[in-house]
Design a protein around this ligand. Structure first.
Ligand SMILES: [Zn+2]
Length: 393
């Protein structure tokens, strides 16, 4: 039996927005038809705006127990990493699981239908298996010493296989960040990505990162030495652009989600988009504000030729895992970004970055995108204000 929803405005990502449109769904949430008919009566009215389900392109569900544990803006990026290291091995499995279950539920209620989730352990497997959210797991590998590259890679593949054996087949390897990996590890991961599987990396997050990658010095070096990491072995020094260097090294990263971009320049975007046609630029502005207070230049990204996606990062660096809260902050930082473009970033672009754009991201017959009601919003001239809300229907 079909269910019909009507709304003042529907953003379909499949043609222009529909005024007073109607969406027909079957019991499984599959869209049967989308139409306008003033005489049609048998519908449920949804106040506000209907959009496809949201996609969180960058999350670390397994860090959910660190909510309110990390002091915001404490000595920037290096201070953040120092605090994360100090919390290692301090939490028990049940505490972590309860925190993940709660956040998974909250994300779903807000209308998140897919998450690109970084994992360093198998602890999230059960939560993901039983979730209505579609997770793509990025099994993260790192290690700055070339001598440990093979064993770090082997451990990553072993963990990846654990996810796949548990029916979480949308999983792939991802490198952590330019400052924590060796060239050998990049080579191994790149070779493993040969089946065109999506991957990601944290990049251009802070000045501390660029200083370390260009001169092996600065606050990050001090933190790494404090925790006895093999800084002397780090061989991933970059002369010019760290970003261009990595896009050049990771030739099999298709799609490639570049996370943070606080320091990314228009020149780097043009140059890298010529090298790799499948780049996705992930903004995590609330996490940036939490860690350093510095955010990307959003004017640079306010352009349909650049594939922008939205991430929340983790509760170690954010007050909530909410894609809608990210859009609110972006709107506050830059009120020139059109509403439809913001929705595109948080829906279809995220779906494309996770290779799910054949089933989610569009309100279109044959898709099962999940429907989200955006309320407390002016549907004549929509703006993502601080009062607006998103909720799964
Ligand atoms: Zn992250």
């Amino acid at each position: 039996m079909s269910i019909f929803y009507k709304s003042e405005l529907i953003i379909t990502n499949d043609g222009p927005p529909l005024r007073e449109g109607i969406v027909e769904l079957n019991e499984d949430g599959l869209i049967i038809s989308v139409f306008q008919d003033d005489n049609f009566q048998d519908y449920q009215f949804v106040e506000g705006i209907l959009i496809p389900g949201l996609v969180n392109a960058h999350c670390h569900l397994e860090l959910s127990h660190l909510e309110n544990k990390i002091t915001p803006r404490h000595n920037g990026m290096a201070g953040f990493i120092d605090q994360i290291f100090s919390w290692r091995d301090k939490s028990n499995v049940q505490e972590c699981t309860n925190a993940m279950l709660l956040q998974d539920k909250k994300m779903f209620e807000e209308g998140v239908v897919a998450v690109g989730d970084i994992s360093n352990s198998s602890i999230s497997i059960d939560v993901k298996k039983n979730s209505p959210i579609h997770y793509h797991t990025f099994v993260e590998v790192m290690g700055m010493s070339p001598a440990s590259a093979q064993s770090r890679f082997d451990n990553g593949v072993h963990l990846l296989n654990e996810f796949i054996e548990n029916s979480l087949t949308n999983s792939s390897l991802a490198l952590h960040a330019p400052y924590s990996i060796s060239r050998k590890l990049v080579e191994l991961v790149n070779a493993h990505l040969k089946n065109n599987s999506t991957t990601s990396i944290h990049i251009n997050e802070s000045n501390d990162e660029l200083v370390f990658c260009k001169s092996k010095s600065g606050p990050l070096k001090e933190v790494f030495e404090k925790y006895n990491l093999p800084v002397q072995d780090f061989d991933n020094l970059t002369i010019e652009s760290v970003l261009i260097d990595f896009v050049n090294q990771l030739t099999n990263a298709l799609p490639f989600i570049l996370v943070h971009n606080v320091k990314t320049t228009p020149e780097e975007i043009s140059a890298t988009n010529r090298i790799n046609k499948n780049l996705f630029w992930c903004l995590c502005v609330n996490a940036n504000q939490y860690i350093t207070g510095e955010t990307p230049d959003l004017n640079v990204f306010n352009n349909d030729s650049i594939n922008v996606v939205i991430g929340t990062d983790s509760l170690a660096s954010n007050y909530q895992l909410s894609v809608w809260e990210e859009l609110k902050t972006i709107s506050q930082l830059n009120n020139q970004i059109p509403f439809e473009r913001l929705i595109k970033w948080a829906t279809i672009n995220g779906a494309r970055s996770l290779q799910l754009d054949n089933s989610i991201g569009k309100i279109k017959p044959g898709y099962a995108p999940g429907l989200v009601q955006v309320a407390n919003i002016n549907f004549e001239n929509p703006i993502v204000t601080s009062n607006s809300t998103a909720r799964k229907i």
